[in-house]
Design a protein around this ligand. Structure first.
Ligand code: NAD
Ligand code: MG
Length: 397
């Protein structure tokens, strides 16, 4: 029986994870769940899955959750705040941690899971983008197993079986890898007239053609910052230099990514676009379990298309490659500025095309330093957030 903590249980990934777990009660039990503000939803999950512990964002949320659980006769222990999140991520009772908090808020608990040597199912790409080598080193030192949940990285992992479950190293010539081909749908604005992008609403930006996801990552997909963050994520997860990672637009989202080998072979992982597939893969790895996802019908799909990304249409993608090449805390700057800009866009404070301007401004205005400690990374994160807020306040919408 594997005991699981889900960080971010009420989100899109959290809900899909619980869906997969519920299909296999003989294999998995839920040790702890967390949510930030959706207390009612977390209460319903606790009533159904009976975790030992649950964590929310605030003291008020904790008393609300306690009252709901008491009324339902459920004796889950309720806590709140970051230290409690780190506690449920690293507790000795836990085998695997689904890291599915969105954004930099997920860094501390995800790192706590890695440092405690857990099996870490990594959905929270922002944590890895920010902390890079520090995170990979912490996981290695503690003997943590990192399994990618991001569909592209999960696909790439599946296309590198020669590593036998160890974290792959593309730079290792003996592995025979020429390139990682990271596929991207291109999001909802792939073909929209660029001149009209300033007028798009958050609802339009969040309406992804193939995937149903949380709002932040949906906006990231529309700007293609999501792919930019994924390039950096692939760099760290697979030891891949930037020039060996190529982004390929593939609007159908059926191929979830590919690995191109020296001998001319290209391995791909295909499936319907449903996050329960990579979640089930990582949960059961190296075994396979049912996920609830329908089998792929290739004759229904009929056509698979590919094209190169247009960096002018998607300046965020170029900014992410720049940050990766700059190294140090540059990716942390990029990530923090992006989080602030996306939230401002969702709050109707800036237009869609101003997202990349905010990020470019912060990247130019703040010097990046060495990412030699989590404290240094967090200081850059805070500075970038402040710079982005100031810049946004000065922008006339
Ligand atoms: P979401 O917005 O649907 O859910 C986010 C979860 O994080 C919620 O449970 C929320 O309560 C929690 N949370 C938010 N702010 C928090 C804070 N400050 N402190 C603690 N908890 C907080 O997001 P999502 O779409 O499920 O994405 C989660 C992560 O997985 C992101 O990093 C995203 O990039 C990654 N991811 C998502 C998908 C997808 O299909 N949704 C695919 C690949 C990767
Ligand atoms: Mg992805």
């Amino acid at each position: 029986m594997q005991r699981i903590t889900i960080l971010g249980a009420t989100g899109s990934i959290g809900v899909s994870t619980l869906d997969v777990l519920a299909r296999h009660p003989e294999r998995y039990s839920v040790y702890a769940l967390s949510a930030h503000s959706r207390v009612d939803e977390l209460a319903a999950q606790c009533i159904r899955f009976r975790p030992a512990r649950a964590v929310v964002g605030t003291a008020a949320g904790a008393s609300q959750l306690s009252a709901l659980l008491r009324a339902a006769g459920v004796n889950t222990e309720v806590e709140y705040g970051e230290a409690a999140l780190c506690g449920i991520a690293s507790a000795p009772e836990v085998d695997s941690v689904m890291a599915a908090i969105v954004g930099a808020a997920g860094l501390a608990p995800t790192l706590a899971a890695a440092r405690a040597g857990k099996k870490v199912l990594l959905a929270n790409k922002e944590a890895l983008v920010m902390s890079g080598q520090l995170f990979i080193d912490a996981a290695q030192q503690a003997g943590a197993v990192l399994l990618p949940i991001d569909s592209e990285h999960n696909a790439i992992f599946q296309c590198m079986p020669q590593f036998g479950g160890r974290m792959p190293a593309v730079r290792d010539e003996a592995a025979g890898i020429a390139k990682i081909l990271l596929t991207a749908s291109g999001g909802p604005f792939l073909t929209r007239d660029v001149a009209t992008l300033d007028a798009v609403t958050p609802e339009q930006a969040c309406k992804h053609p193939n995937w149903s996801m949380g709002r932040k990552i949906s906006v990231d997909s529309a700007t293609m910052m999501n792919k930019g963050l994924e390039v950096i994520e692939a760099h760290w997860l697979f030891g891949a230099p930037a020039e060996r990672i190529e982004v390929v637009i593939h609007p159908q989202s059926v191929i979830h990514s590919m690995v191109s080998y020296m001998d001319g072979s290209v391995l791909a992982q295909l499936g319907n676009p449903d996050m329960r597939t990579p979640i089930a893969h990582a949960l059961a790895y190296p075994e396979r379990i049912a996920s609830g996802v329908a089998q792929l019908d290739l004759t229904q799909i009929a056509t698979l298309q590919f094209e190169r990304p247009d960096f002018k249409r998607f300046p965020c993608l170029a900014l992410a490659f720049d940050a990766l090449k700059a190294g140090g805390t540059a990716p942390a700057l990029l990530n923090a500025a992006n989080e602030i800009a996306v939230q401002a866009f969702l709050d109707l404070k800036i237009g869609f095309r101003q997202i990349d301007r905010v990020i470019a401004h912060v990247m130019e205005a703040l010097p990046h330093g060495d990412a030699d400690s989590i404290a240094a990374v967090m200081a850059q994160d805070a500075a970038a957030r402040a710079a982005a807020e100031t810049y946004i306040a000065g922008l006339a919408k």
